[in-house]
Design a protein around this ligand. Structure first.
Ligand SMILES: Cc1ncc(COP(=O)(O)O)c(C=O)c1O
Length: 422
């Protein structure tokens, strides 16, 4: 047994979240190490039974009665309240529904409208230049619709880019590619000091680390539920609108579900009060109730405990990679300081890295394909990034050691093959 396998065993033995693993289905190739929960979270064991009940009994037998008797109608707010503590929000501010992309649109246009109430000259939207593409596309459209210009800015440069023309700023809490954690408290404060509104995308932080929306005075936020919240493929996203802004939140998608009197069937629109104002049309009940069941795994878990384990997992992965992978074969894109690290490790792996004499390191795509074949599932992001996501509720330290060892073996084998060929 190597020193690191021994260390993994010791860390697993004192892991206070270890028992949570049994609440997930982690079958598949024997002993698979699943490090892709930052893309699609694993299936919680309670979900299939709940979905079966929703389909067979609630829909099949009760049919339309379920809208009231089974709480379908109020599910978006109810499930929003279940997510709220995970993102540091008091109840009544989060509503579930639609996709992240759609909620980015609602939040960003809503933020510009809020800014315009007091400052007509506010005609610029700043967007994270390193953002996940959908946020950038939607911000571009939101800018055209609101007569703003769109300026892509690296998050750390946002304070210098802010000014009296800034209406809203759209930022990612954790960068999807590098795993860099941005400084939400100080960036939000800077946005506010400039008189603008901050919209945060929490896709890669909610369920992995403390967010503190209320504590840091965030204006609006959005996030998906299919990554660290394990809601399932395409599960609905959520929208947070801070309580004191809700009265003024003017949604660009005012559907009948956000009407003050949805069954009044009125031709004039009167927005509902509270988080409900973020709703649009009929909610996707099957996905939404699957998500509600999935959120039960959070019972008895604190986000602080999740964060502590997440950092221990990524630290240990980096230690194992440092020990096993030959020097220079990969470059870590994820910041080493804990304050700047999300719950993933991104390793750049390209032919330009590694010694030319040894044939250079193999490219990221084929390396990840081979890792997946041998049961270590991470993902590949164009053009040369290997992403490994660490979901503290079901990833253990032995998984981490095994993944790093497999990576090292793949890199050495592939490099040896290449040098043989040249
Ligand atoms: C930061 C970020 N925003 C948005 C999305 C996707 O949005 P949607 O849920 O609309 O597909 C992702 C998906 O991975 C993401 O990482």
């Amino acid at each position: 047994m190597s020193e690191l396998t021994e260390k993994a065993g010791k860390l697993d033995a004192v892991d206070e979240l270890a028992a949570k693993r049994a609440e997930f289905v982690l079958d598949g190739p024997e002993g698979a190490v699943y490090l892709d929960g930052n893309s699609l979270g694993a299936l919680p064991v309670g979900v299939p039974g709940r979905v079966a009940d929703v389909v067979a009994r609630q829909w099949g037998e009760l049919r339309i009665r379920s809208w009231t008797e089974e709480g379908w109608w109020t599910a978006p707010e109810r499930i929003g309240d279940r997510i709220a503590p995970l993102v540091g929000a008091a109840a009544g501010q989060v509503v579930v529904g639609d996709s992240t992309s759609v909620n980015v649109f609602k939040a960003l246009v809503g933020a510009v409208r809020l800014a315009r109430e007091t400052g007509a000259g506010r005609d610029e939207i700043l967007v994270d230049a390193t953002t996940f593409p959908t946020d950038g596309y939607i911000a571009g459209s939101a800018a055209r619709m609101t007569g703003c210009t769109l300026r892509p800015v690296t998050p750390s440069d946002v304070p210098d880019a802010l000014g009296e023309h800034t209406a809203a700023v759209l930022l990612n809490h954790v960068d999807y590619r590098t795993g860099r954690l941005h400084d939400l408290p100080s960036l939000t404060a800077a946005v506010h000091a400039a008189g603008a509104y901050a919209v945060w995308d929490l896709c890669h932080s909610a369920g992995a680390l403390p967010v503190g929306l209320d504590a840091h005075g965030v204006d609006l936020a959005v996030g998906c539920t299919y990554k660290y919240l394990n809601g399932g493929p395409g599960s609905p996203a959520y929208l947070y609108v801070r309580a004191d802004l809700q009265d003024r939140f003017d949604s660009p998608l005012p559907g009948w579900n956000s009407h003050a009197e949805p069954f009044g069937m009125r031709s004039d629109y009167e927005p509902a009060e509270g988080a409900v104002r973020g709703r649009v049309g009929t909610p996707d009940i099957l996905s939404m109730l699957a998500l509600e069941a999935a959120l039960e795994v959070w019972d008895g878990v604190t986000v602080e405990a999740v964060r502590a384990k997440s950092l221990a997992l990524t630290d240990f992965f980096l230690e194992c990679v440092g020990e096993y992978v030959p020097e220079g074969r990969v470059e870590c894109l994820t910041p080493l300081p804990h304050a700047e690290r999300g719950s993933q490790v991104a390793l750049r792996c390209s032919p330009t890295l590694g010694s030319a004499r040894a044939g250079g390191a193999p490219t990221a795509g084929p390396v990840m394909r081979r890792l997946i074949e041998r049961g270590v599932v991470g993902d590949f992001r164009h053009p040369d990034v290997l992403r490994f996501g660490f979901t503290p509720l079901y990833v253990g330290f032995a998984d981490v050691e095994r993944a790093a060892r497999a990576l090292a073996e793949e890199l050495s084998e592939a490099t040896a093959e290449r040098s043989h060929r040249v």
